[in-house]
Design a protein around this ligand. Structure first.
Ligand SMILES: C[S@@+](CC[C@H](N)C(=O)[O-])C[C@H]1O[C@@H](n2cnc3c(N)ncnc32)[C@H](O)[C@@H]1O
Length: 227
């Protein structure tokens, strides 16, 4: 199918504004990649990657988030938690979300990723954009299954873009809930493109309140809080 037919079909399905916004948003991403010299746009299937902790069968493949929606979302997340809060991308892939979180003023960012090759790429991408002697931000890439990650007392912003099966999400929410019990604080969890299976898992945890549903640049995010 040609590009014009594809765009026509999308306009019929979603409307002109949504398709235009998506196309312009994608152009921003290409510009960002060109300006920074990194590649976060190409998809990586899990079959081709090395995973030594966690289950590949319960994980989803790598696809990067978009720059412009994140630039709108992250300041909202920051406004909902304490100023010294750290940001955790659960399944960080090539680390793009961490780069944008730092750009939005978050001083401490952490990416948890179980595929070794993606962790190496995420570290290289960070070094390329923020030099290693940069004191204004602290970035850590933890190469591990998300369920093995030790949640720190100031980890208060969690981001999820279609990383894993709802079974893993349930385990993660139990761990976040436990961390909140041990160290009460404001926590926000942003889920991109919340589907019904993920929504059902959140319903099992009444402490997680569905606070906001937002759409930025044709990408939808749902924000849950624990107070
Ligand atoms: C759709 S990508 C999202 C990447 C990144 N968060 C972003 O938004 O640009 C999902 C990522 O989660 C990782 N992943 C899947 N299951 C995981 C697990 N159990 N522990 C850690 N990472 C996991 C995958 O390897 C993949 O890189």
């Amino acid at each position: 199918m040609g590009i014009i037919t594809r765009v026509n079909n999308l306009v019929r399905q979603y409307g002109f504004k949504a398709v235009f916004t998506k196309i312009v948003g994608q152009a921003f991403d290409r510009f960002y990649e060109w300006r920074t010299g990194i590649d976060t746009l190409s998809i990586r299937k899990l079959e081709t990657l090395t995973v030594s902790s966690g289950s590949k069968e319960l994980g989803n493949y790598y696809e990067g988030s978009r720059v412009m929606p994140l630039r709108c979302l992250i300041p909202i997340m920051r406004s909902m938690v304490a100023a010294d809060s750290a940001f955790v991308d659960c399944g960080c892939g090539k680390g793009k979300v961490l780069l944008i979180a730092a750009e939005c003023g978050v001083r401490q960012v952490c990416g948890v990723e179980f595929a070794h090759e993606l962790c190496d790429i995420a570290r290289a991408n960070w070094q390329r954009v923020y030099r290693s002697d940069d004191q204004s931000h602290h970035c850590e890439i933890v190469c591990s299954d998300i369920l093995q990650y030790d949640i720190r007392d100031n980890d208060s912003m969690f981001f999820l873009f279609n990383p894993f099966d709802p079974i893993v999400l349930k385990g993660l929410l139990e761990r976040i809930f436990q961390s909140h019990r041990e160290c009460p604080r404001k926590i926000v969890i942003a889920v991109a493109f919340l589907g019904s299976e993920y929504a059902d898992v959140f319903l099992k945890f009444p402490a997680f309140v569905r606070k906001k549903d937002v759409i930025y640049w044709a990408c939808s995010f749902t924000l849950f809080t624990v107070e």
